[in-house]
Design a protein around this ligand. Structure first.
Ligand code: KG4
Ligand code: ZN
Length: 302
């Protein structure tokens, strides 16, 4: 739906949510082999995200919870990406505090996870998110939207050392990716002046080199934060953690640093309902119920 615009169009997204939410929820309940009356609570995303889409979800969740007379659970989207680790791990499997690099289309965060209910952001991007860097640079290469997964695929047959691009060096544990995008734009412009088909002739190498740059920047800050805080339990999560090079480089680094590493299964990296349900489970266990009065995007801690 968003492909022809090269990015998410908020109004189209919220209309699509409105159109699809009833059939999607009905199908999920049918596939799970349960009835609506079997539900104990309704977990929904309170933010961060696009307001129009969040409003559709929150209104629907509130209506459903009220009609079934069951509690609501308000879930933070970024916390849910992290709690996706527990879809395949028991709470006791991962020792706290653990450090997570959450990389999505809108966020890049280093988070210290004290436990399933308490998290603290220690560093984040000052401008573009890592997913945005993949998507925007991919767009310059003429790839579709979202470009991240396509770039990943082309990179598999490319040389990651073919081209070198500048690496941001932010202070502390923060990131910045907008400089890379600008450098990439001018690099392509200059090369295309010399060679008209430069992109087509070098697509795989361009993808591999760009990907290597982003992965390197992400992981060197993660390593710095892990060493600084003396944490050995380390995870990556969010849409960009589906990236094959990030996954393999993270595992390699983990071996060198003697970390216990965690990556959600591929299908739980990009946005999914299971991570929201998983987060809802922890809140439900602790009786942290939501309210019919809560507004999306209000009171978000991370
Ligand atoms: O978490 P997510 O599904 O949605 C947001 O919360 O933003 O993340 C989407 C982002 C997009 O920028 C997409 O291009 C990126 O994750 N992404 C990837 C890959 N799969 C998804 N980036 C690089 N390589 C991938 N394989
Ligand atoms: Zn996400």
């Amino acid at each position: 739906m968003h492909l022809e615009y090269g990015g998410v169009v908020p109004e189209l997204a919220s209309r699509a949510h409105q159109k699809n939410i009833v059939p999607v929820v009905s199908e999920a309940i049918r596939k799970a082999g349960i009835e609506k009356r079997d539900l104990n609570a309704i977990a929904y995303t309170i933010g961060p995200g696009l307001l129009g889409s969040l409003l559709v979800g929150s209104s629907f969740a509130k209506g459903m919870a009220a009609s079934l007379n069951i509690p609501l659970l308000e879930i933070n989207h970024m916390e849910a990406h992290i709690l996706a680790h527990f879809i395949n791990h028991a709470l006791e499997d991962i020792s706290f505090p653990f450090l997570n690099l959450t990389v999505s289309g809108g966020h890049t965060q280093l988070v210290i996870v004290e436990n399933d209910l308490s998290m603290r952001v220690i560093g984040q991007t000052k401008d573009d998110a890592a997913g945005e860097a993949f998507d925007k640079c991919g767009k310059l290469l003429g790839l579709g939207y979202p470009a991240g997964p396509l770039l990943d695929r082309h990179a598999k047959s490319g040389n990651p050392k073919a081209f070198e691009f500048p690496k941001s060096s932010m202070q502390g544990f923060d990131y910045s990716f907008s400089g890379l995008k600008t450098a990439f734009l001018y690099f392509l412009r200059d090369e295309r002046e010399k060679e008209e088909n430069f992109i087509a002739n070098n697509l795989n190498d361009l993808c591999a080199s760009l990907q290597e740059n982003i992965v390197d920047v992400l992981l060197s800050k993660l390593r710095k934060a892990a060493r600084h805080h003396g944490i050995k339990s380390i995870g990556i999560a969010g849409g960009v953690s589906a990236n094959s090079r990030l996954r393999s480089a993270f595992e390699e680094l983990g071996k060198k640093e003697k970390w216990n590493t965690y990556i959600p299964d591929f299908e739980y990296c990009t946005d999914n309902g299971a991570m929201i349900a998983m987060s809802g489970y922890f809140k439900y266990q602790n009786q942290l119920f939501g309210s019919l009065r809560s507004k999306p995007l209000a009171r978000l801690k991370i």
